[in-house]
Write a protein that binds this ligand. Structure first.
Ligand code: K2U
Ligand code: NI
Length: 187
């Protein structure tokens, strides 16, 4: 079971590598890894288990954060609506690829954090507001989906990890809260 000890922190060179595509059909090893990554996200969002296991809450995780330089991410975005517990996005994605994106950019009002970064780095992380994404799912089936707003931001944060990019690479060092016109700030 994955815990915080398995997650490498900034300074580890693996976080700056471009991860390799995984073979399709998926190996049992890669399928098992995806399952463990998803299990971590579920545990990290369960107050009892997170407390028990000392987990930081996460809505996404990328294999390079486990010192495994493979193009695998897991995302599990809860709906946040107690009436409707269905997550708005929950998937293990193999070889995810952004096929196209909106001209409109977006950022989270509260900025971003990272399970591999044990410090606050304030500032707007400007990303695409909408993306069209292809990936191979856990059943080995090629998927093509469109995401927007928060779900699109989470997936872009994780795909950045596959390309050796950290969220603070996007922050304007002169003025962390500088925003071009038209950037959607997501509360
Ligand atoms: O380090 C990671 O990749 C997981 C991040 C992903 C992420 C951070 C900020 C914005 C989008 C995605 C963790 O989920 S950071 C902790 C967190 C937990 C719940 C909600 C937002 C951020
Ligand atoms: Ni991260």
């Amino acid at each position: 079971m994955i815990t915080m000890e398995d997650i490498i922190r900034e300074g580890n060179p693996t976080l700056r590598e471009v991860a390799k595509e995984v073979a399709v059909p998926l190996s049992d090893e890669d399928i098992k890894l995806g399952e463990e990554m998803m299990e971590f996200l579920h545990n990290s969002q369960d107050p009892i288990k997170a407390e028990e296991l000392g987990l930081r809450g996460g809505v996404g995780l990328a294999a390079p954060q486990l010192d495994i330089s493979k193009r695998i991410i897991a995302v599990h975005v809860p709906s946040g609506d107690l009436e409707n517990p269905e997550p708005t996005l929950s998937a293990v994605m193999y070889n995810p690829k952004i096929l196209s994106h909106s001209v409109q950019d977006a950022c989270l009002a509260e900025g971003e954090g990272c399970l591999s970064v044990d410090r606050e780095v304030p500032g707007y992380v400007v990303r695409h507001n909408k993306i069209t994404l292809s990936y191979v799912d856990a059943d080995g089936v090629k998927q093509k989906i469109r995401l927007k707003n928060y779900e699109a931001i989470v997936v872009q944060h994780e795909i950045d990890h596959l390309n050796g990019v950290m969220f603070y690479d996007h922050i304007n060092s002169e003025n962390p809260y500088a925003l071009k016109d038209g950037v959607l700030v997501i509360e």
